[in-house]
Design a protein around this ligand. Structure first.
Ligand SMILES: Cc1cc2nc3c(=O)[nH]c(=O)nc-3n(C[C@H](O)[C@H](O)[C@H](O)COP(=O)(O)OP(=O)(O)OC[C@H]3O[C@@H](n4cnc5c(N)ncnc54)[C@H](O)[C@@H]3O)c2cc1C
Ligand SMILES: NC(=O)c1ccc[n+]([C@@H]2O[C@H](COP(=O)([O-])OP(=O)(O)OC[C@H]3O[C@@H](n4cnc5c(N)ncnc54)[C@H](O)[C@@H]3O)[C@@H](O)[C@H]2O)c1
Length: 457
């Protein structure tokens, strides 16, 4: 027999986005039911951003030490994965236990339900035998799941997704990474720095295909110098797994077979939202899910990865703030993604914001670009080993402001900060040109890139 429970707000999925909106609304005094089938906090703290950045930090320490010869004497590096795995288990994930996060939500006044929610309609959700009816709003925050491509032989093999790679207590001797996007490259480089023999196989013509071609070139070059094998433009045609023998991968354009102990599938993620759920919520089967208030329908919102506006934690928290205001009936700006920043935490970091050059051209803008290589700046020249990078600017020449930028290099994600502001606030190029840039910094490359942009235009 089913039971019906009333609530003011029902939040489905307590990942980054759902935990933030659910907690804020509960703290504001609303009766909030939060439903989570796995761990409260979602992908980012347990299998995503935080543990992967711990791996990267550790790998970067090794890489810096290896750069000492010729610049600072000798350094002997003996990589050890144990402290990394321990830090991920103990500091990042509490051994994949979300008690603290659940307590945070219930202490705020939220009602927590562990289970898989089935969304029945714009105001109701079922978990097991209980139906939850929302009088004030339903928030869908179900995130994304890995896409596993339909490659012959792949299904049924013990391949890893990001979760396997993050949870690993011991490293394999060798790893094939399918997909040269953010997940694939961050993990590939970190693993390789710990001595794993890594091969990256990317179907598109270049790594990081959604980024500037200069970013792809830079990362491909650095990875090759670090001893990784990279195959781009090489769709995988077949995967096999031999007990005790590991994975055997065949890809177009790659002669012979690729073999490795482990296989990581990092070929993108898709929203956890079935066509049936879209229909139940009154959304069209395809296309944009939300409007600029992140509404699917009246009093139904989608936030975070599932909204399809960028699968990043900073998007999830940005959306959560907007929908918190919406539910509480508070004034505030609508969602605006024109200056979405993103950082791929390879070393060098690839930070980007807004439109790439090709996207700006496709949008019909009169585009002007400027580029400055880090090695040509004083700071890059001083930095020397590990100093590869560049700043690339993409301007709407008619409007006279930046519409996109890339800051790749040491601290690329940090240099990105002022470029994100410039794109967000549509700061006039003349203002950017007339300000003072501290010397010798990596961000001074922006001034030189502006000069390049003007000289080209
Ligand atoms: C390896 C990796 C590294 C990353 N690194 C970064 C980074 O450095 N920076 C960055 O900004 N982003 C990064 N991301 C992306 C970031 O993790 C996501 O953007 C973020 O977690 C999105 O939050 P979310 O709440 O939208 O979704 P999620 O975190 O996926 O949470 C959704 C939650 O909903 C639950 N759920 C789904 N369906 C149901 C249901 N029917 N019933 C009940 N519960 C349900 C899920 O169990 C999950 O806990 C990374 C991702 C990965 C995989
Ligand atoms: N630093 C960060 O902010 C960060 C880090 C990791 C993940 N993320 C988020 O998670 C999302 C998912 O990451 P991802 O790396 O899985 O996706 P992605 O879309 O960034 O990259 C997937 C890559 O796989 C390639 N690919 C697709 N099918 C393939 C196939 N059959 N064989 C070989 N290659 C194939 C694609 O061309 C693409 O380059 C990212 O887009 C990002 O939003 C962010």
């Amino acid at each position: 027999m089913s039971v019906t429970e009333q609530a003011e707000v029902v939040v489905v999925g307590l990942g980054v986005a759902g935990e933030a909106v659910g907690g804020a609304l509960a703290r504001a005094g609303l009766d909030v039911v939060g439903i989570e089938e796995n761990l409260v906090g979602g992908e980012c703290p347990y299998w995503g951003c935080i543990p992967s950045k711990m791996m990267i930090r550790a790998g970067n320490l090794l890489a810096e030490a290896r750069r000492a010869p010729g610049m600072a004497g000798d350094a002997t590096v003996t990589p050890d994965w144990a402290p990394v795995a321990r830090r991920i288990r103990e500091e990042a994930t509490a051994d994949w236990d979300d008690t603290a996060a659940v307590d945070r939500f219930t202490d705020a006044g939220g009602r927590f339900v562990r289970g898989r929610a089935e969304i029945l309609g714009p105001d109701r959700v079922r978990v097991g035998d209980t139906e939850y009816v929302a009088s004030r709003g339903l928030v869908v925050a179900t995130g994304t799941e890995p896409v596993v491509p339909p490659i012959d032989g792949l299904a049924g093999t013990p391949f890893w997704t990001n979760r396997g790679a993050i949870e690993a207590e011991e490293l394999p001797a060798s790893l094939i990474v399918l997909g040269g996007g953010a997940i694939g490259l961050e993990i590939a480089q970190a693993y390789a720095r710990f001595g794993v023999e890594v091969t990256v196989v990317e179907a598109a013509e270049r790594l990081l295909p959604m980024d500037e071609p200069e970013s792809s070139e830079l990362v491909t070059d650095v990875l090759a110098r670090e001893g990784l094998t990279v195959h781009a433009g090489s769709p995988v045609t077949r995967v096999a797994y031999e007990d005790g023998g590991g994975f055997v991968v065949t890809a177009d354009g790659v002669s012979g077979e690729l073999r490795a102990e482990r296989l990581l599938v990092a070929t993108g993620r898709r929203p956890r939202l079935t066509p049936e759920t879209r229909a139940a919520l009154g959304a069209a089967p395809r296309g944009e899910l939300v409007d600029d208030r992140l509404r699917i329908a009246d009093r139904v919102w989608a936030i975070g990865d599932v909204a399809g506006k960028g699968a990043f934690t900073h998007v999830a928290t940005y959306h959560a703030d907007i929908v918190t205001r919406e539910v509480l009936g508070q004034e505030g700006p609508a969602a605006d993604h024109h200056a979405l920043p993103r950082v791929t935490f390879t070393d060098p970091e690839v930070g980007a914001v807004g439109l790439t050059e090709s996207a700006a051209r496709e949008a019909g803008l009169t585009v002007a670009t400027g580029i400055q290589r880090a090695s040509s700046t004083t700071r890059g020249w001083i930095h020397k080993a590990g100093g590869d990078g560049f700043v690339k600017l993409v301007a709407d020449a008619e409007a006279g402001h930046l519409v996109g930028a890339t800051a790749a290099g040491p601290y690329g994600g940090e240099v990105l900060g002022m470029l994100a502001l410039a794109v967000h606030a549509r700061v006039p190029l003349t203002t950017l040109e007339s300000m003072i840039y501290a010397y010798p910094t990596f961000h001074r490359g922006i001034l030189e890139a502006l000069k390049d942009l003007r000289s080209a235009g």
